[in-house]
Design a protein around this ligand. Structure first.
Ligand code: ZN
Length: 147
């Protein structure tokens, strides 16, 4: 849903970066936070489509999903979202499932940022944690022509 406005922001920054550097951008790597709710495929399509009308025609976009990362406020342990995903989806589905034509769907499917509500620190079981990665969509690398 927000993919197009995010893509527009990225394309505008790239166009001004290219102007400043007076060089042509060849490749751009974008990291999409798993918890951002952004669909990587839609974002890539939006980037390519919007680049057709700018001076960015022909830029190769690489969009990679970045896992959520958390840090426990009690014991300081940090961990990735990967691995606990399936178990969390089951728990959240049983308790707060959303009715869909194909059956119950986990609310995390629609609101991935709710993940902290269902998660506990794998070390001390505290539910007091900070999200330290996987929330934002960022330009991670820009490769210019000739680099
Ligand atoms: Zn902990």
């Amino acid at each position: 849903m927000h993919e197009w406005s995010i893509a527009k922001g990225i394309v505008e920054s790239l166009a001004s970066f290219q102007n400043e550097r007076k060089s042509k951008i060849r490749k751009v790597e974008v990291g999409v936070g798993h918890l951002s709710g952004i669909e990587a495929e839609i974002l890539r399509y939006a980037l390519e489509t919007l680049s057709e009308t700018e001076d960015l025609k022909g830029v190769n976009y690489m969009v990679t999903i970045r896992e959520g990362r958390f840090k426990c406020s009690r014991c300081g342990h940090s961990w990735d979202f990967k691995g606990s995903e399936r178990a969390l989806e089951e728990v959240s589905k049983d308790r707060y499932g959303v009715e869909e034509p194909e059956g119950l769907e986990s609310p995390l499917h629609f609101f991935p940022q709710l993940i902290t509500v269902f998660m506990k620190c794998p070390k001390c079981s505290s539910s007091d944690m900070d999200v330290i990665g996987g929330m934002d969509t960022v330009i991670e690398r820009i490769v210019l022509e000739g680099e």
